[in-house]
Design a protein around this ligand. Sequence first.
Ligand code: C2O
Ligand code: CU
Ligand code: CU
Length: 459
Amino acid sequence: MFGMSRREFLLGSAATAAASSATYALGKSVMSADMQLPIGYFDHSIVPGTVTEGMMGFGEGGPAPTIRLKQHETKSIQVINNLHEASIVHWHGLRHANNMDGVPYLTQRPIEFGETFRYEIQSPDAGTFWYHPHCNTLDQMARGMTGLLIVDEPEDPGFDHDIALNIRDFRLGTDGQFVALYKPRNAARGGTLGIVSTVNWKIQPTYQFPAGSLVRVRMAVTDVTRVGQYRLEGANSKVMALDSHPLISPTPTTSILLAPGQRADLAVKMPEEGESAKLVLDTLAGPRPMATFTSTQATVERSLHEIAPLPANPVSEPDVDNAEILEFVFGWSPDGDEPVASICGSLGYTFWSINRTPWLGDTPGPLDPLAVMKLGKSYILRLINNTPNDHPIHLHGLAFKQLRSDKRDIPNVFTDTALLLSGETMDVALVADNPGDWAFHCHVIEHQKTGLAGYLRVE
Ligand code: C2O
Ligand code: CU
Ligand code: CU
């Protein structure tokens, strides 16, 4: 074991065990999982009249399957990597076991070409979540690998319909082919925006529901870059949950700001027959229609008042008065830091850092956590943005409560991804009740991949 860290040793033996059981029982163990989730290449039409080549996706072709499970239920998902590069699957927002979290070297070895890995996922919380790779993340997500994950409440909350919207852009030219997925000068600023906005891989899709019915619309922004302001026009609706955590008092939907990684669950009352509601994204160039909900003949006449607030998730309330404060400064990277080679890819630059430490790449071996938290104790994370850009700050495996900002009023909700505006300082609080090494990074993937990443340890 000379020169091998404990982590490498443990991962090594686990990997060997997994490899031998996979060879021994490829047929059997693959078949017995609740779900097969192949990762591969495919061609798909997004821009009408063109076929985009070289997409990367989950499943058999087309948008990723929406995975559904019940609160507390365990589901086994066999990931089969058919890409000619390494991947790994992360379940964004799940407060589950660390070894199922899908982060290279922190929780498992990357899944290489031809390998399989069986995830056992489970969620103590109900709500709207999503999944995506955490290795070669920019390329794989930009080419299509983002999917939704729904955890159902044990009691039916009473909607007539439920629809999940995977909201994201693609960087496609008019011929439907990918153009440069990012530009270094943007990675050092706000990130490279997409060109074609889609919902479930369609440009402005239309969905039909009966007039007067109540629809649960689950929005998830799985884009690599875009922070956007969304509105729902033409229907009465209210926001039921943000980032999978229910609001105590649902509020009428006016405008919702969603950053990469964030979700919103809306209760929407369908308008009169023949009328439509529209989901609109406000951009600098004006409103961009994203999806249309058209009313068909009425079958029921419901009222938004019939929908009670969703049951709270079992998140421990932090003891804010006795919490230790941990500071995290998001800033430029000190000069001279070259990224390190990694099977999980590098954009070739380091621009960003947390507490002056840039993440240089996903590599084996011990890396220091940005902070160590004691299991069961409460902490305030003071998030300090020393940059002129916005950063959606995401923590794996734990939910934190937004306490206050020095710039604006923020709702005191639990989340896993908080949008930190340029120059803003935000306090968030949590109970460190899930042991493990939890990735902590900006969800603008160009920022994540050029240094704005690290991890927190709970032990
Ligand atoms: Cu949604 Cu570390 O990611
Ligand atoms: Cu995550
Ligand atoms: Cu960022």
